[in-house]
Design a protein around this ligand. Structure first.
Ligand SMILES: Nc1nc2c(c(=O)[nH]1)N[C@@H](CN(C=O)c1ccc(C(=O)N[C@@H](CCC(=O)O)C(=O)O)cc1)CN2
Ligand SMILES: [Mg+2]
Length: 287
């Protein structure tokens, strides 16, 4: 039976550490501040943003909450971002994705000052990450790395298969894992004989967004399995991309859904915000 990679527990532990870091910063006269921008009323995004604000509050991070109507134009959102870029009390800027169709996501991401880009999605930060010298790391990949590290799962020399090539998960995670000496294959919707590939993985990361598509036949015995999916099954239950019941018998370690990667994403956002505030104290702009 697989060991549970408990993201909920680890995220709580990180929150306690961050509380102490924030206290120290406040003593030095700096309160970390995160601007959380939500455009529209997508119910899932509302939940994620609420959870982010809640965790920030718990840690002592101030938030500036900007909730804009679904009809907001790209120009209006760019104006909001320009103001946040200029506001020296704001250490981190987060624009919740996805954005409504009239707004180009890349245009918005590129407008964020890369030194305040807590999501690490700006091409500057993606480039730094791919060069092996990250400044800000996307939260979900960073959370996965922390979780593996917590359970002493080394990446060196391991065969990793990441299924999914999104900018939020697959691409940055591949870069991070290469930086940690793994041999990484990124699979996607055009990959042929997918399960033949996944069955060879020492570490499998499922990030496709298809409910329970990976069963025991897709997994090597003893593999570490990271489930990034958040889906609803036919019964309306929250499930991952991995059939947890079937895979738990085969894998050595497995992230649950919920309570695995999701809470780690939010914890890493908080960590990045505190790091940016610490850099402002040290006067580091671009290290
Ligand atoms: N600007 C960003 N937008 C989005 C990101 C991101 O990192 N930055 N990632 C996802 C959504 N996301 C954070 O924003 C996120 C998704 C899920 C969870 C989470 O805690 N999930 C829970 C289950 C939640 C539920 O009940 O629905 C879990 O897995 O335990 C946190 C953050 C897309 N957008
Ligand atoms: Mg993230």
């Amino acid at each position: 039976m697989a060991v549970k990679l408990d993201g909920k527990k680890l995220s709580q532990k990180i929150a306690v550490q961050l509380q102490q870091d924030v206290e120290k910063l406040k003593f030095l006269g700096v309160t970390p501040k995160l601007a959380v921008v939500l455009v529209g009323d997508d119910p899932a995004s509302q939940v994620y943003v609420r959870n982010k604000r809640r965790m920030a509050q718990k840690i002592g991070i101030e938030t500036s909450d900007l909730t804009l109507p679904a009809a907001t134009s790209e120009a209006e959102l760019l104006q909001t971002i320009a103001k946040l870029n200029q506001d020296s009390t704001v250490h981190g800027i987060l624009v919740q994705l996805p954005l409504p169709p009239q707004i180009n996501e890349e245009t918005i991401i590129q407008a964020i000052n890369p030194l305040k880009d807590v999501d690490g999605f700006h091409p500057y930060n993606m480039g730094k990450l791919f060069m092996g010298d990250p400044y800000a790391i996307p939260c979900t990949p960073n959370g996965i790395m922390q979780l593996l590290s917590e359970y002493r799962i080394s990446l060196t020399g391991k065969k990793v298969v990441i299924v999914g090539r999104s900018k939020i998960v697959g691409r940055p995670l591949a870069a991070l894992m290469i930086n940690h000496n793994a041999t990484v294959t990124v699979a996607h919707s055009y990959t042929k004989n997918l399960f033949e590939l996944t069955r060879r993985a020492d570490i499998l990361v499922a990030a496709v967004g298809r409910a329970e598509m990976f069963t025991q036949t897709a997994i090597k015995s003893g593999a570490v399995v990271v489930d990034v999916g958040i889906n609803r099954n036919d019964a309306g239950k929250l499930v991952g991309d991995v059939d947890q019941m079937k895979v738990a018998d085969v894998a050595s370690y497995l992230t649950p859904v919920p309570g695995g990667v999701g809470p780690m994403t939010i914890a890493m956002l908080m960590k990045q915000t505190v790091k940016f505030a610490e850099r402002s104290v040290k006067g580091i702009g671009n290290d």
